[in-house]
Design a binder for this molecule. Structure first.
Ligand code: ZN
Length: 196
């Protein structure tokens, strides 16, 4: 799916997770180039890439190029397209897994009564963030709540799910201690003051 947002035209949906489940690179904790290589073995072209390849073929045909030239050019296009796509998938999934791992730690801390349920998480854009992410910078949401994005109010539970290759992350904000950390006698920790 392609959503237009001002001048930015960004592919917001890319079912990379499904593809990623077909390889077991995550479990072995391999690096992105290795992951990209494994992804390359299981994917094909995106719709947009297929359109580009057809355009190239038609253009060459109309220019009267030989069938062997056309075949060589379209094969090279296909290889490049698959290489690009495999890198996109590896980068996208790596960020998603990192953010998700972070969230699982917070969820565990909340379940253990260490983090209070009113604690917030803050969206942190990466330098050079795109038009979709920039308005999200600094926005708070609950540990058990999604963020509402500018893309037709679409909800995302993890910043890196806003679009492929997103490098945004999340941090805790307005931290509230859970019941397990209550000081006996009813006193509460003053985090702000002790940190100053
Ligand atoms: Zn982003």
């Amino acid at each position: 799916m392609v959503t237009e947002l001002g001048p930015a035209k960004i592919e917001v949906e890319l079912d990379t997770s499904k593809i990623f489940r077909q390889i077991d690179a995550i479990r072995r904790q391999v690096d992105i180039p290795t992951m990209a290589e494994e992804v390359r073995q299981v994917i094909g072209l995106t719709d947009r890439q297929r359109i580009g390849m057809n355009r190239l073929r038609e253009g060459m045909r109309q220019a009267g190029r030989s069938p062997s030239d056309i075949k060589a050019a379209t094969q090279a296009y296909r290889n490049r397209a698959i290489e690009n796509r495999s890198k996109v998938i590896a980068r996208t999934e790596t960020m998603r897994i990192q953010n998700r791992a972070q969230e699982l730690q917070w969820e565990r801390a909340m379940d253990a009564g260490i983090l209070g349920t009113e604690t917030k998480r803050r969206w942190m854009t990466a330098p050079g963030a795109c038009d979709l992410c920039r308005p999200m910078n600094g926005r708070l949401t609950g540990l058990n709540e999604p963020w509402i994005t500018a893309i037709k109010g679409k909800e995302v539970w993890n910043p890196s799910f806003i679009h492929p290759q997103c490098r945004c992350t999340e941090v805790l904000d307005e931290i509230q201690l859970g019941p397990a950390l209550d000081v006996p006698g009813g006193q509460e920790f003053e985090i702000e003051e002790s940190a100053a």
